[in-house]
Design a protein around this ligand. Structure first.
Ligand code: NAP
Length: 261
């Protein structure tokens, strides 16, 4: 197992990646702007934690020093997304190359090509930075996480409802399954400078998934269809978020709801 740096390893996906990497080998470093307490949820025993800021570059040299491969599971929201994904990625790959890191593995999103949605455009720019770098870059594009679609349904909580985007299907995937593919890529699986897409085991309507969450959570709130506007809503209604030909035989939504994993 190579020495692995997990950038954004305190985040939702990053924590699963860190746990998977630690299960396979002892040399795992996590970099993020804040280091969690060792009793915080999601803290992975066995990983070393360092502070680094992709955008300012502070702490990056210390973070990449000694790593063979980096896995980038960072994220940004709102206007900061473009900074984290473009400026941050550039700082990261350039610093990594200077310190002899050989490979980068980037977590990206299925179906982001040709989108007008600003977040997806920022992800494409981030991919491009990794692919154009001096590193052996491997991009793993995943469909929406189980946690993410659940969060969409829960946006209706303040209206006393579960909100399900109308005319939309998802192929949600467990972050543990995504983490396995990312760490496989870190170990050299797949092609150098390649893009792979992975999806959850099943394509289901947002409404059906919301009903499953309703039953599992025991809420009595009704499932209410909402029309999602903008470029994202249009892309999802067109099914651009789906990758049935790349379905993994992993944990489906119903099983994830039961296992909570
Ligand atoms: N949600 C989905 O369904 C889905 C599907 C496919 C792919 N993805 C991709 O998966 C990636 C991870 O998403 P997530 O939901 O797991 O993210 P998240 O929970 O928001 O975690 C983001 C991580 O990035 C770190 N971070 C943010 N800004 C940083 C900076 N300037 N410097 C260093 N670290 C920084 C955060 O730690 P600090 O805040 O402490 O710095 C945290 O560790 C994203 O790129 C997303 O596009 C998501």
């Amino acid at each position: 197992m190579p020495r692995v740096l997990v950038v954004g390893g305190t985040g939702l996906a990053g924590r699963a990646v860190t746990a998977e990497a630690v299960a396979r080998g002892p040399d795992v470093v996590v970099a993020s702007r804040r280091v969690p307490d060792d009793d915080a949820p999601g803290y992975v025993t066995g990983a070393a934690y360092v502070t680094a800021d992709l955008v300012s570059g502070a702490g990056l040299e210390e973070a990449v020093d000694g790593a063979d491969v980096l896995i980038d599971a960072s994220n940004g929201t709102g206007r900061r997304a473009a900074h984290v994904f473009a400026t941050g990625a550039m700082n990261l790959v350039q610093t990594a190359a200077r310190f002899g890191v050989q490979r980068s593995v980037l977590l990206s999103i299925a179906g982001i090509d040709d989108s007008r949605y600003p977040y997806y455009r920022a992800k494409l720019a981030q991919e491009r930075v990794h692919l154009d770098s001096a590193l052996d870059a491997r991009i793993v594009r995943a469909t929406q996480f189980h946690d993410f679609v659940t969060a969409i349904f829960e946006r209706g909580r303040r209206f006393g409802a579960l909100t399900a985007p109308s005319g939309t299907r998802f192929q949600p995937i467990a972050i543990a399954d995504v983490a396995r593919v990312l760490v496989d890529a870190a170990e050299g699986a797949g092609e150098a400078n390649g893009i792979v897409t992975i999806g959850g085991p099943r394509v289901e309507s947002a409404r059906s998934l919301a009903q499953q969450w309703r039953e599992a959570s025991g809420t009595r709130r009704p499932v209410v269809p909402v029309r999602l506007g903008g470029a994202l809503g249009a892309a999802w209604r067109a099914g651009r978020n789906l990758a049935p030909e790349h379905a993994l035989d992993g944990t489906g939504y119903a099983a994830w709801l039961t296992a909570g994993d």
